[in-house]
Design a protein around this ligand. Structure first.
Ligand code: 9WN
Length: 420
């Protein structure tokens, strides 16, 4: 485990801000120098949340730059590019410029990401951000949610389906192993060496194959509904969407719009989460087999973000979270996969390590359910990780050592929020 000199809160905050300054391109914050040279969607939402109390105007600029990449369908892309290539798959793979619905002046990917943006905008507004910004972006956020309801409810029950592991934000989660294994064996051979630690076997090729199929369909919603072989209702994506619907209802009031449709949407999501994904905890549902994928990951705690989740479900989830399957057995919060699962791997990204963003989301969930002790445990455990190992991309949940990139933006940004 790397030892760092002891840092007090003020010094840690200054270090976090310095990382965010260094990762600011002038228009947006890259997730980390080197490996991730563009703007990623949910990364930017976390950065905005972290900057809300410190640099609200920077946070607004961050979200505005991302929303400049929004398609006329309402889809907010998972990447907004600002250099021509430098990352695979880059603009030449997605070819957004050839698609009528994509913006003309910005190159983007063709996939979306967890819709955290209304929650981030609400967070900014709640922490003293400017009402004019909330009013300005409200219609864009409403369009994002309308897109999910219209084009992504592939199961027809009120949940949004992800159609690619990248859309989950947890690309190599063991929850996607089964649906990926059902796809044909693909060997493109242009694997990015930096990704080897992350993707077993030919999964990265399958990711590219899935992306190309969708692109070659002309990004058509009918193709997604009828033909695309990967379609999953994910509890984290939908838990975040639900929380963002509740946030959007409040923003609607600020914008002089009707909040009721957003509350109704939140209720539809809650009902469908409970009816379709709950079986003792929340699992992802594979829409192509219509079966639950029975592995419990940190994604299964996403619906805890809902203050109206029934108390019995909250209690059962907290029991799992605090048990030896998750936090009860590790020194640090919260492993990304339950540790008793055969697929658990403490060294591999979303297959075991702890992440600052999911810890932050769970701490937010603890706050909405007034679980103060759990909230404190999550905050202090997360600060211990970054204090000891720095603003790494993720961390070994047993010994706290850092993994993946250094100077990772959301680890720095959310530290600022946890210190506040
Ligand atoms: C694919 C940028 C992104 C995060 C995701 C994380 C990782 C990309 C990758 O990095 O995904 O989009 O190259 O694997 O899994 O959550 O948004 O930080």
């Amino acid at each position: 485990m790397e030892a760092r000199p002891a840092v007090d809160d003020a010094a840690l905050g200054r270090e976090a801000m310095a990382v965010l300054e260094a990762n600011w391109t002038g228009t947006a914050t890259v997730p980390a120098p080197g490996l991730y040279p563009h703007q990623w969607s949910w990364d930017s939402a976390f950065v905005a949340i972290g900057l809300a109390r410190h640099r609200p105007q920077r946070a607004e600029a961050e979200l505005a730059n991302l929303l400049a990449g929004q398609w006329s369908t309402g889809m907010v892309p998972h990447i907004v590019f600002h250099t021509p290539e430098a990352y695979f798959p880059g603009p030449s793979v997605w070819r957004s410029q050839d698609h009528a619905a994509a913006p003309h002046s910005v190159l983007t990917s063709g996939l979306t990401a967890p819709p955290l943006h209304a929650l981030a905008t609400w967070w900014l507004w709640r922490h003293g951000g400017d009402t004019a910004f909330a009013r300005h972006v409200y219609p864009m956020l409403a369009a994002q949610h309308a897109y999910l309801a219209a084009d992504r409810d592939l199961g027809g029950a009120g949940l949004a389906a992800i159609i690619h592991p990248w859309e989950s934000g947890m690309d190599d989660s063991p929850a996607w192993d089964e649906p990926l294994a059902a796809l044909p064996e693909i060997r493109y051979g242009y694997r990015n060496v930096d990704l080897d630690e992350r993707h077993p076997d030919s999964d990265h090729d399958r990711y590219v194959w899935l992306a190309l199929r969708y692109r070659n369909s002309g990004y058509r919603p009918e193709y997604l509904r009828d033909e695309h072989p990967f379609a999953i209702e994910d509890p984290m994506f939908n838990g975040i969407w639900l929380a963002s619907c509740q946030a959007l209802a409040e923003l609607a009031t600020v914008a002089g719009a009707d909040p009721r449709p957003h509350r109704e949407q939140a209720e539809r999501i809650r009902k469908a989460l409970l009816e379709r994904l709950w079986d003792g905890c929340f699992y992802a549902r594979d829409l192509r087999t219509d079966r639950l994928i029975r592995i419990c990951t940190v994604g299964g705690f996403g619906p805890l973000l809902d203050p109206y989740l029934p108390a019995a479900n909250v209690g059962a989830l907290i029991d799992v979270l605090e048990s030896a399957r998750f936090m009860g057995a590790t020194g640090y919060p919260v492993p990304s996969c339950e540790i008793r699962a055969a697929q658990f791997d403490r060294t591999r990204y979303w297959r075991g390590p702890s992440w600052v963003n999911t810890n932050w989301l769970l701490r937010r969930a603890a706050a909405v359910h007034s679980l103060d002790q759990l909230g404190r445990q999550l905050a202090t455990g997360t600060l211990r990780l970054v204090r000891q190992a720095g603003f790494r991309e993720c961390f070994d949940p047993f010994d706290g050592s850092g993994r993946g990139c250094r100077d990772f933006s959301w680890s720095a940004a959310l530290t600022l929020d946890l210190l506040a």
